[in-house]
Design a protein around this ligand. Structure first.
Ligand code: 48Y
Length: 348
C-alpha cells in the first residue's frame, strides 16, 4: 500500500481534489489516503499555515495530493501553504505539463522550485526592501539534472530560458546547465525570457523541455496554460528526493467555489502524475481523460454545461472501458442481451 497525503485546501480545491481521489480509486486499490489540514484557516488558529506535527507525519508518507489554497498578501506574517510545503519537503523541481488533449501534444515546463526570488531571504527597512534572487551551485545542478533526465526520457531537447544578458545569477545558472547537458549528451537551446514569451504564444508545441528559474517558471507556466484552452486542465508535480506533491496549477476560484462546476481535469491529471511517480499506471487516466474530452460534455470554462461530477463519472466510465478487454466485453454484451435488458442499453 502507498500512503498518500491529501490536502484539499480552499474553494474549488476541495471539489477537484475529491474528484481526483475518486478517479484514482477507480484505477487502483493500492493507495491509502490520509487527509491533513492546511492554509489560512489553520494559520488563524495556530499561527502557521501547517502544523509542525503534521509536517513530521507528512514527511513519512509517499506522496501528497494537493488542491488549492488562497494566500492573502495583506496579512502580516502569513506565508503561503504551498510555498511552505515546497520548502519544508524539499520539493525543488516543479514539472508542469500543459496538454492539448484534443491533439495529443504537450508543453513541458520545468521550473526551479526552491531558489531564485522565492528563496525567502530579504532585507527590509523603512526605506527599502531587497528580495535576494539566490541561485546556488547545488540548486542549479539538481534542477538541471531533473530536466536532463526528463529530456532523455522523452527524447527531447531542452529550451533553457533565462536573462543571462542582464542577471549575474542566470550567467552562473547557465554555465552549470550547459556543462551538465553537454556531459549527458542533451541538446540545449537558449532563449531570453522576454522574447521567449512571444515564442511561447506563437509556437508552443516544439519547445522540448522548457527549463527556467522559479519566478520565470511561475509566469511562463500560467501563460502557457492558455494553450490548454483552460487553466483548469493543467496538472503539475513538485518533486524532491524523498517525496513529491501533485497539484493542479489553478487557484481556488472563489467565484465558482461550491457550485459543483469546477473543472476537475487539472486535479485528475495531477493524480495521473502521482500514480506514475509511485510506479503505478497514470497512463490509464491520461487516456481516459483524452477519450472523454473528445466526446463528452465539458465544464463551463471549456464552453460546456457539465457539472464536475459529470466529468468525473465520464472519465471513470472511460477507465472501465479500457480495463475490460475486448473478449470480456463481447461476453458482457451477450449476457445483457440474454437477460433482456436490450431496451435499457439505448436509454440515456
Ligand atoms: O504555484 C504557483 O504557481 C502559485 O502561483 C504560487 C507560486 O507563486 O508559486 C503562489 C501560490 C500562493 O499564493 O499560495
Amino acid at each position: 500500500m502507498y500512503r498518500v497525503v491529501v490536502i484539499k485546501g480552499d474553494g474549488i480545491g476541495i471539489e477537484v481534489t475529491e474528484a481526483a481521489m475518486e478517479v484514482i480509486r477507480a484505477v487502483t486499490d493500492k493507495i491509502e489516503f490520509f487527509e491533513f489540514e492546511g492554509g489560512f484557516e489553520v494559520f488563524k488558529r495556530y499561527g502557521v499555515p501547517i502544523r509542525e506535527n503534521d509536517l513530521e507525519e507528512i514527511r513519512k508518507m509517499d506522496a501528497v495530493l494537493f488542491g488549492a489554497t488562497s494566500t492573502p498578501f495583506d496579512v502580516p506574517n502569513y506565508k503561503s501553504l504551498i510555498i511552505t510545503l515546497r520548502k519544508e519537503l524539499g520539493l525543488y523541481a516543479n514539472l508542469r505539463i500543459i496538454p492539448d488533449l484534443w491533439n495529443d501534444r504537450e508543453i513541458y515546463i520545468v521550473r526551479e522550485n526552491s531558489e531564485g526570488l522565492y528563496s525567502g531571504v530579504y532585507r527590509s527597512t523603512d526605506e527599502r526592501t531587497i528580495d535576494f534572487r539566490i541561485i546556488t551551485r547545488g540548486g542549479a545542478e539538481r534542477i538541471a539534472r531533473f530536466a536532463i533526465n526528463l529530456a532523455k526520457e522523452k527524447g527531447e531537447k531542452i529550451t533553457f530560458v533565462h536573462k543571462a544578458n542582464v542577471l549575474m545569477g542566470d550567467r552562473f545558472f547557465r554555465k552549470i546547465v550547459l556543462s551538465l547537458a553537454e556531459k549527458e549528451g542533451v541538446e540545449v537551446r537558449e532563449k531570453i525570457i522576454d522574447s521567449f514569451t512571444i515564442e511561447l504564444v506563437r509556437n508552443p508545441w516544439s519547445q522540448g523541455i522548457i527549463l527556467t528559474e522559479n519566478l520565470f517558471g511561475d509566469i511562463l507556466s500560467d501563460l502557457a496554460a492558455i494553450h490548454a484552452r483552460s487553466i483548469g486542465i493543467v496538472p503539475s508535480g513538485n518533486y524532491g528526493d524523498d517525496i513529491a506533491l501533485f497539484e493542479p496549477i489553478h487557484g481556488t476560484a472563489p467565484d465558482i467555489a461550491g457550485k459543483g462546476i469546477a473543472n476537475p481535469i487539472g486535479a485528475i491529471l495531477s493524480g495521473a502524475m502521482l500514480l506514475d511517480y509511485l510506479g503505478l499506471d497514470g497512463g490509464v487516466i491520461w487516456n481516459a481523460v483524452k477519450n472523454y474530452v473528445n466526446k463528452g460534455n465539458l465544464t463551463p470554462d471549456l464552453g460546456g454545461n457539465a457539472m464536475t461530477e459529470d466529468v468525473v463519472y465520464g472519465i471513470i466510465s472511460e477507465i472501465d472501458d479500457q480495463e475490460i478487454d475486448p473478449v470480456e466485453w463481447d461476453e458482457l454484451w451477450i449476457d445483457e442481451i440474454r437477460i433482456n435488458t436490450l431496451p435499457t442499453l439505448f436509454m440515456k
